[in-house]
Ligand binder design. Structure first.
Ligand SMILES: NC(=O)c1ccc[n+]([C@@H]2O[C@H](COP(=O)([O-])OP(=O)(O)OC[C@H]3O[C@@H](n4cnc5c(N)ncnc54)[C@H](O)[C@@H]3O)[C@@H](O)[C@H]2O)c1
Ligand SMILES: O=C(O)C(=O)C[C@@H](O)[C@H](O)[C@H](O)COP(=O)(O)O
Ligand SMILES: [Zn+2]
Length: 380
């Protein structure tokens, strides 16, 4: 745990993982406290900040200034932005730069960026000298509500999302909500899909609140911080009970079995951002659940209606280049889903819905009903 510091209002969420517990500090100017918090957590530490080009342009200097003011030595490693950087090539670039910077076992890697930088830098830290601690400084909405918390790190392989990785928890998360002001509207909206996910999977009241307050979240009102803190509390609670996804953590994968296959089918490109794939995937999961008689068609329609109201894609046909080979093809999508990490003895696991706010884990799902469902959706 970090000691409380005297900065303007911030909220701290605890991720209760015993001797690996850590704080998520959320607030409007907490980036300025990065150096002070790192120095308090690890006196005498050296750091390397991993970031991407776009985030570096906006936020690297304030991060470095905060570290310098607290007397924390640092070096910088800058990668290309985008999902393509969750690759073997960029992992090599980052690992070798960390070695060149002489980051030792007791030093810290700092991931300053969205989910791509967090997953990549976290994984590099996990394998560098067999494990170096790291700090998450998430700069996208998605990273502040989801990817910076919980310790899933990794890269993609051509066969699928996040297939190479490790569980490696950060030692601190600093989520400065004011950095979101430089995020593009499309990226902000994509991150919102993961916010809505927490309501859909386990908190109907939060979903109803989002239905009423989404405009405030998008415009940067007080609701934004509330939505981020609520999302982090929901994720922290699940992760602290099931760190390694042996059970209920799989609920956080709502929409991802479909979504990850769609991201792979679109070549991990800007045709479909992760959050957008999750939005389409959650609607497909809801509609598939309705077809199985698990959720009412009204509830499934309510989910699609809200995601569509904020401008997220909700149908396969909304994806750029929908008719291109591999996307409008149920068998190709099923082949990609076969690489999902929830597959057990060759059988698919889906996160399905009984109601808004009630998700369940469905093991041993046969491929044929999924194929039939997708074929119908592709023609719709
Ligand atoms: N580890 C997990 O638990 C977890 C959870 C959810 C998603 N993810 C992963 O996260 C990734 C998606 O993360 P993302 O949506 O943050 O994408 P991202 O990291 O690619 O960031 C989105 C874009 O926004 C830019 N950006 C980020 N912060 C900015 C800021 N403050 N100002 C201006 N531009 C900014 C980035 O340069 C990038 O171009 C996917 O790879 C997904 O698989 C991981
Ligand atoms: O933290 C989790 O657990 C999640 O599933 C969160 C997801 O939003 C995230 O996209 C995660 O990276 C997906 O995990 P994966 O195990 O399917 O790669
Ligand atoms: Zn996700």
């Amino acid at each position: 745990m970090t000691a409380p510091l005297k900065h303007s209002a911030s909220v701290t969420v605890d991720v209760a993982l015993g001797d690996r517990a850590y704080d998520i500090v959320i607030g409007g100017d907490v980036l300025a406290s990065l150096g002070e918090r790192v120095a308090a957590l690890r006196p005498g530490v050296r750091t390397a900040v991993v970031t991407d080009r776009t985030v570096a342009r906006h936020w690297l200097e304030p991060a470095e200034a905060s570290l310098a003011a607290a007397g924390v030595p640092t070096s910088r490693i800058i990668v290309e932005e985008g999902e393509g950087s969750k690759s073997y090539a960029t992992l090599t670039q980052v690992s070798e730069a960390l070695i060149a910077a002489k980051i030792e076992r007791n030093d810290l890697v700092i991931a300053l960026g969205g989910g791509v930088v967090g997953d990549l830098a976290g994984f590099a830290a996990a394998i560098l000298r067999r494990g170096v601690d790291f700090v998450q400084v998430p700069t996208s909405l998605l990273a502040q509500v989801d990817s910076s918390v919980g310790g899933k790190t990794g890269i993609n392989s051509p066969q699928g999302k996040n297939l190479i990785g490790a569980f490696h928890q950060p030692v601190l998360v600093i989520a400065d909500t004011s950095v979101l002001d430089t995020l593009s509207p499309r990226q902000f909206r994509a991150g919102y899909a993961e916010v809505a996910k927490y309501g859909i999977l386990g908190d109907e009241a939060f979903f109803a609140w989002l239905e009423k307050n989404h405009a405030d979240i998008f415009s940067g009102g007080a609701g934004r911080e509330h939505a981020i803190a609520t999302s982090c509390r929901a994720k922290a609670a699940i992760v602290s009970r099931d760190e390694r996804e042996t059970g209920e953590r799989a609920l956080l994968n709502l929409g991802h079995t479909f979504g990850h296959a769609l991201e792979a089918a679109t070549g991990f490109s800007d045709r479909l951002f992760h959050g957008e794939g999750v939005a389409v995937g959650m609607v497909l999961a809801a509609e598939f659940s309705a077809q199985l008689g698990m959720i009412s068609t009204d509830d499934a329609a309510r989910i699609a209606r809200h995601l569509s109201a904020v401008g997220l894609p909700t149908r396969l046909q909304d994806i750029a280049g929908f008719t291109q080979e591999g996307l409008a093809d149920a068998d190709a999508l099923l082949a990609l889903m076969a690489q999902d990490k929830k597959v057990k003895r060759g059988k698919l696991t889906f996160i399905l819905l009984e109601a808004v706010g009630r998700a369940v884990i469905a093991n041993n799902v046969e491929p044929q009903p999924v194929r039939d469902f997708l074929q119908a959706k592709l023609k719709a």
